[in-house]
Unconditional design. Structure first.
Length: 438
């Protein structure tokens, strides 16, 4: 079976949350434990850092991996979902897992796959752990897929647990309040393992404090120990620089040039707290931290975070896809654009639009569309619902046609933004005119 046939098998035979949603979600670790036992517990052969959270966990995972790489560690990185290539999910020192290994894993383990019938995510976690072990990874950064307590990644005992924040997402699976969601994410806290919380959030903090106390784990709130401020945007699409300060020692980091998107300030605070702890347990230096943050795209290949795809008109995409994530996006759009916002937008069908619509800019012109996944919400239904609250625009059957229409309509000082769903961004990254070097 060649690589494409292997992918076809994985996508067609294994239930995948990123394609079909709730039907693929498993609320126990039975399959994961069965696969782990069969493979000989590969995750025990490397140290790990476990990262959960509603927003920012992808950026924090990539930046943390980049910091470790700068510190000289052979570093694994497991993230999800992917944007344009399945292999983005599993990387060692920034290089994707080989097609040959993907083929080999499925071929070698087809019997157990057919027997256990894991979900796509369960199988992918097992593949990542085996690959990291076989690649002699020293430390792996493992991003939680969904929630925490029952996530397939939660069989590891890391050297550090991280929860970036709590927001309104996957409420049909994790709970209908922020407190219930926090309890699920607090499920990654392990006995005696220090835990970093990215953002203080009032009463939710007590859930993490109580969980850490019960586990005998030290807890660190990143925003109480580090402060990061983005510099002013000078021109549309220019990279941002940041000033960060350690509030305990007074040590400052000046002119950090990093992922554009001023919402990254909170993620940088979290990474600096992670690096501070790793300094004590893994020998990571402040220079490693600064270099890793600045070099994250070069080191790990991170995409889709306030990513400039084209100019004239400026065209940007971002994977923010829930209320809190889109609030940051919209705030920065209004600070960045000189003309009008052209918003190419689409969502998955299980998204709670009543939470999201109020934060979208009423002044924008919308290009309602759908991603090429079964979960995608019909573009005409989306347009009809949006019209009910005064959002104006037209519908398009695919992302490519929506992007082309938006760029054709936009004036030179306008801004075309593409988002609403990770899958909308993924489709946009394959539009021919947006794949050329800027």
């Amino acid at each position: 079976m060649d690589y494409q046939k292997t992918l076809d098998f994985l996508f067609s035979q294994l239930p995948a949350y990123h394609r079909i949603g709730k039907a693929a979600y498993r609320n126990d670790l039975g399959n994961t434990l069965a696969l782990d036992d069969y493979l000989g517990h590969p995750h025990r052969s490397f140290r790990s850092i476990h990262i959960a959270g509603t927003n920012g966990k992808g950026s924090v995972s990539h930046m943390t991996a980049s910091v470790l790489m700068e510190a000289g560690f052979r570093t694994g990185l497991y993230t999800s979902p992917h944007l344009t290539d399945f292999r983005e999910r599993i990387k060692v020192n920034g290089k994707m897992i080989t097609k040959t290994y993907v083929n080999s894993f499925v071929a070698r383990h087809r019997k157990i796959i057919d027997s256990v019938k894991p979900s796509f995510f369960e199988m992918t976690v097992a593949m990542a752990f085996e690959y990291f072990a076989s690649s002699a990874v020293e430390v792996a950064v493992i991003e939680v897929g969904l929630g925490g307590r029952l996530d397939s990644t939660n069989i590891i005992t890391p050297v550090l647990s991280v929860i970036t924040n709590i927001g309104h997402d996957h409420m049909d699976l994790l709970g209908d309040t922020l407190g219930k969601i926090a309890i699920e994410k607090a499920g990654i806290i392990k006995k005696g393992v220090p835990v970093v919380i990215g953002e203080s959030q009032g009463t939710i903090d007590d859930i993490f404090i109580d969980s850490a106390r019960a586990a005998g784990s030290d807890i660190f709130f990143a925003d109480r120990n580090f402060k990061c401020i983005p510099d002013e945007i000078k021109n549309q699409g220019e990279p941002l620089t940041y000033k960060a300060i350690n509030l305990i020692t007074g040590r400052s980091f000046e002119g950090l040039s990093v992922l554009t998107g001023d919402y990254q300030a909170k993620n940088i605070q979290t990474v600096l707290q992670i690096a501070d702890i790793l300094g004590r347990i893994e020998g990571v230096s402040e220079k490693n931290a600064a270099d890793g943050i600045e070099g994250v795209v070069r080191n790990t290949g991170l995409q889709g975070r306030w990513q400039v795809l084209a100019t004239r008109p400026l065209t940007i995409c971002d994977t923010g896809h829930n209320r809190e994530g889109l609030e940051y996006v919209v705030n920065q759009l209004r600070k960045t654009v000189k003309g009008r916002i052209h918003f190419v937008i689409g969502f998955v069908s299980d998204k709670d639009l009543d939470l999201i619509f109020p934060v979208l800019p009423a002044e924008a012109l919308y290009y309602f569309t759908r991603a090429d996944v079964p979960r995608a919400l019909d573009e005409n239904i989306l347009m009809e619902r949006a019209a009910g609250i005064g959002l104006k625009g037209s519908s398009f059957p695919d992302v490519e046609s929506a992007v082309r229409a938006a760029r054709a309509s936009a004036a030179v000082d306008d801004l075309v933004f593409i988002g609403g769903s990770t899958f909308i961004v993924a489709d946009a990254l394959s539009v021919p005119e947006l794949t050329k070097p800027i």
